[in-house]
Design a binder for this molecule. Structure first.
Ligand SMILES: Nc1ncnc2c1ncn2[C@@H]1O[C@H](COP(=O)(O)OP(=O)(O)OP(=O)(O)O)[C@@H](O)[C@H]1O
Ligand SMILES: [Mg+2]
Length: 235
């Protein structure tokens, strides 16, 4: 089980958002850190086949990102995850299941199971418009898991979660990382510190750090020393 990106690049007009990124990710949780505009979302969208690369390739166990089978093993939570406010939580998951080609019975069983897993088992009959931001985020995580993905890409999954939800989320991700490849981006260094087996840091489209940090070292401190308070300029 391995995700490979090979000199993956994406250029928007004059802006190189992802610059020759070559990675090999095996099972486990990899955290992706970097300032605003570093290229995290663009890299993830390339890995999910939503954006076409300017150059380079993405493969999972030899399958190209453009292959139908690649889709089937992918789960994705976009940073700007959209939902339908007038759907109930269950309706939404059933709808997403249909898009992913799950059969009716399997969809219902899996949706109920996941609502429970993400702690929405009691509100699934209520319209999403009545839910809190954190609840919507958890629904986003649930929809990414519908097809039991072998490759799970989560773009800022913990944004808007309260501390209790965050702990629940960490436990869930740690479990998922045991038999799938999980890549998650976040601005919350402590999320990565607690669950990631590996940390990538990105800056101006390039991976500037890849590995574990010294456990004696505080990751937050390590991160701040590398990036300070900077954000990439959009110019
Ligand atoms: N569709 C697009 N068209 C033009 N430029 C884009 C597009 N998408 C991203 N960019 C630019 O590419 C760069 C990387 O953006 P990206 O969203 O990947 O960063 P990010 O690391 O996810 O940032 P954040 O932490 O704010 O989510 C930015 O300069 C951004 O303005
Ligand atoms: Mg982003």
């Amino acid at each position: 089980m391995e995700l490979v990106t090979d000199r993956l690049s994406k250029q928007f007009q004059s802006k190189i958002a992802v610059d020759r990124v070559s990675l090999r990710l095996g099972p486990g949780v990899t955290g992706l850190l970097g300032p605003n505009g570093a290229g995290k979302t663009t890299l993830m969208r390339l890995i999910c086949g939503i954006l076409k690369p300017t150059a380079g390739a993405v493969r999972f166990d030899g399958l190209d990102v453009t292959a139908e089978e690649y889709r089937a093993l992918l789960g994705y939570l976009p940073q700007d995850f959209g939902y339908y406010p007038d759907f109930t939580g269950l309706d939404f998951l059933l709808y997403m299941s249909a898009l992913k080609g799950l059969g009716k019975n399997a969809a219902r069983r899996r949706s109920m199971e996941l609502l429970d897993t993400v702690g929405l088992g009691r509100v699934y009959k209520k319209k999403i418009r009545t839910w809190s931001g954190g609840m919507r985020r958890r629904l986003g995580i649930a929809q990414a898991l519908l097809n039991d993905p072998k490759l799970l890409i989560l773009d800022e999954p913990t944004a808007g979660l309260d501390p209790k939800e965050r702990v629940r989320f960490r436990e869930l991700i740690a479990r998922l990382g045991r038999d799938s490849v999980v890549l998650l981006s976040t601005h919350i260094v402590s999320d990565v510190e607690h669950i990631a087996d590996r940390v990538l840091m990105m800056r101006a489209g390039q991976i500037t750090f890849d590995g574990a940090w010294d456990p004696e070292d505080d990751l937050e401190d390590f991160y701040l020393r590398r990036f300070g308070g900077e954000a990439e300029s959009d110019a």
